[in-house]
Design a protein around this ligand. Structure first.
Ligand SMILES: C[S@@+](CC[C@H](N)C(=O)[O-])C[C@H]1O[C@@H](n2cnc3c(N)ncnc32)[C@H](O)[C@@H]1O
Length: 366
């Protein structure tokens, strides 16, 4: 999973004129241990190591023997049935990993190519979208007019951050928004099929980021499902979920209407018929949700009940290799729901920490 937040640059193969970053030297204090299937390479100075599978082993051996990224790609193309561009990307990513462990040296300077230029533009578009969604583009004047209404549940956040109102289109903050983008890009790059879903969207920011990633990758097919009551938090069902009593006073809070969320998508130029709005309480909408396959499922409904209802209905639709993000793992009610569900369904996939609040896991490929 270390590669998830990495930005991947794809370089063009050019046998006749090696690019400046093409030359890579394996350090002399690299220790290798091979067995039939795999290989471990240790940096004997720092004792950091990398375990390599069959493909990794071939990449390592070719890099060591050729001292060249391009020649490694050419050699692997003879060995494996793979796309040249994808292999370029994989070898480069692998080389960056080795370099971060101090196992190879070399000036790995990306050379602008048209493929890379368009990837840079994609990254810049998503960077800008990210800043706009987080409300970082415009600084309200000190004594300016009050922004959109601050719900009492959010007032604390705004005050703590020295703000007059909640800014932006999402309350999840930078690390979690970056995680949405990174996982969405990962499933695109790895071609893991399925739609993107968020349950509990508030102003829609995280789902707008999902759609921006689809747009940036020119995806013609996947849908983004925007699921919410659009009437705020529910009246908790305390008989079934006693710990949700905590939320009793919050019923109806943080409501944002469907029209407002739709307008937010339109403001980013991202509203089209592949944005699907599923309006209603999860207890009503989830069991019959017309969603067939999910690559990215993001839960942000706070309550025990809201989390359980989504997991019970949607988890089975997540493609192996796809991801489940739990925004509110820091909240007792949500964490209890996740732990119960994982125990009941014997899910042992490792929980990866995003920040103080959120975690995610990858649905295992069986
Ligand atoms: C914390 S906010 C979501 C924040 C949002 N993900 C963002 O990016 O800012 C929680 C949302 O969950 C919705 N919600 C919670 N429980 C629900 C339920 N049982 N049914 C429908 N909507 C629910 C609320 O209406 C609210 O919009």
């Amino acid at each position: 999973m270390t590669a998830l937040n990495e930005r991947v640059h794809v370089m063009s193969t050019n046998e006749s004129s090696p690019t400046p970053w093409d030359e890579v030297r394996v350090i002399s204090h690299a220790h290798e241990e091979f067995d039939d299937q795999a290989c471990v390479v240790v940096n004997m100075v720092t004792l950091e190591l990398i375990e390599l599978d069959e493909v990794g082993r071939s990449m390592w051996t070719a890099l060591r023997e050729t001292s060249s990224v391009d020649k490694t790609v050419s050699r692997l193309l003879e060995e494996f049935d793979a796309e040249a561009e994808q292999l370029q990307s994989d070898v480069r990513r692998f080389t960056e990993d080795l370099r971060s462990l101090g196992l190879v040296e070399g000036d790995i300077q990306p050379v602008p190519t048209s493929a890379q230029a368009s990837r840079d533009l994609r990254a810049r578009y998503l960077d800008l979208t990210e800043r706009a969604l987080l409300g970082l583009l415009y600084k309200a004047p000190e004594n300016g007019p009050q922004g959109p209404d601050v719900d009492s549940l959010l007032a604390g956040y705004a005050v703590n951050h020295g703000l007059r109102s909640m800014p932006g289109f999402t309350m999840i903050g930078f690390p979690r928004l970056r995680n949405v983008r990174a996982l969405a890009e990962y499933v695109m790059n790895e071609q893991i099929p399925g739609d993107f879903v968020e349950t509990g969207v508030w102003r829609g920011g995280a789902t707008i980021m999902m759609k921006a990633v689809l747009e940036a990758h020119e995806d013609p097919q996947r849908r983004v499902w925007v699921c919410d009551s659009f009437e705020g938090l529910p009246v908790p069902d305390i008989e079934r979920y006693p710990d949700d009593a905590f939320w009793a006073k919050s019923a109806g809070k943080i409501a944002v209407s469907l029209d407002d969320v739709r307008e937010n998508f339109a403001a980013f130029g991202l509203l089209d018929d592949r944005v699907e709005f599923l309006q209603g309480w999860f207890s009503d909408t989830m069991p019959t949700a017309p969603i067939h396959q999910i690559a990215l499922l993001r839960l942000d409904g706070d309550l025990h009940q809201s989390t359980t209802e989504v997991l019970e209905s949607l988890y089975a639709k997540v493609t192996p290799g796809g991801f489940v993000i739990i925004d509110d793992y820091c909240i007792d009610t949500c964490r209890a729901a996740v732990e119960e569900f994982r125990a009941k369904h014997h899910i042992t996939a490792e929980l990866q920490v995003i920040d103080w609040s959120a975690v995610f896991w990858q649905v295992p490929v069986i």
